[in-house]
Design a protein around this ligand. Structure first.
Ligand SMILES: [Zn+2]
Length: 150
């Protein structure tokens, strides 16, 4: 997968990501933890896709907000994530869990911005590489399959 240089996020895109993530947060199905999370991703076409956490009575079957947003992007034909915004509750920064960092990496370059918010404002900004350093991604397998086919 080829990733172009990631342009800086515009204020308009940032606001739209924030609005989509906060709206999704309000739709979360979190009857057990009561911990609502919303996520939004910006794709290469400038479209925004959102997701919310969906808990399950069989706890491990719950799905993170980021996974839902990525699924929505793929369903819409998106193949690249240019920015991510996660909105959650509480005093601590609601950063993507380890599994979601890897899920985001499937579609995002290491320099992709990952913004962390609550319902009121964006609180922090990271790059994906800061959250998932020395990551394993599609490029590793692309190089491998190229060798296999030589
Ligand atoms: Zn997660």
């Amino acid at each position: 997968m080829a990733h172009g240089a990631t342009p800086a996020l515009t204020g308009t895109q940032r606001d739209a990501l924030f609005a989509a993530a906060v709206k999704a947060m309000g739709q979360a199905h979190a009857p057990y933890s009561k911990f609502l999370v919303g996520a939004a991703v910006l794709d290469a076409q400038g479209r925004i896709h959102a997701g919310c956490n969906v808990e399950n009575a069989a706890y491990p079957q719950g799905v993170c907000a980021e996974a839902g947003a990525l699924s929505a992007m793929v369903l819409a034909g998106g193949t690249e994530v240019r920015a991510v915004l996660v909105a959650g509750q509480g005093d601590g920064l609601v950063t993507p869990c380890g599994g979601c960092r890897q899920k985001i990496r499937e579609f995002a370059a290491p320099d992709t911005p990952v913004l962390i918010a609550n319902a009121q404002q964006v609180r922090a900004a990271f790059t994906l590489d800061q959250l998932l350093p020395h990551s394993f991604g599609p490029d590793h397998l692309a190089a491998r399959s190229a060798k296999v086919h030589q």
